[in-house]
Ligand binder design. Structure first.
Ligand SMILES: [Zn+2]
Length: 113
């Protein structure tokens, strides 16, 4: 077997933190740990997602397709719907009042058929 001509930077004398995950051979992984969880890039596990507000904002931005259903738009739609319900309620009250006081027939809508 040909010897590796390049000395390994993370040889036995390397002082840094090692990964120490259990390998399939049963030994401990000796690669340098470089993730926040203390494992190497092969043994770090799944991504934990964005950590900062900036990162999360970037993710949100990437997920938006056409901005038709953002939180703001949906809140606005709810507000408009509530307004419409209120207006229709008031109109109904007015109609009832007009009918009660004889200004309108009970079936006044039929005039416009
Ligand atoms: Zn490892």
């Amino acid at each position: 077997m040909k010897a590796n001509p390049k000395p390994w930077l993370y040889g036995p004398n390397w002082q840094g933190i090692r990964c120490e995950a259990r390998t399939r051979r049963g030994t401990l992984c000796q690669r340098p740990a470089r993730l926040p969880v203390g494992r190497c890039k092969l043994h770090g596990g799944a991504s934990t997602g964005p950590r900062t507000k900036d990162g999360l904002a970037r993710l949100t931005e990437a997920k938006i397709k056409h901005s038709k259903f953002t939180k703001e738009k949906r809140a606005e739609a709810r507000r408009f719907a509530e307004q419409g319900r209120q207006m229709r309620g008031e109109l109904k009250e007015l109609e009832a009042w007009f009918v009660d006081h004889g200004h309108l027939d009970k079936d006044w809508r039929n005039q416009f058929k």
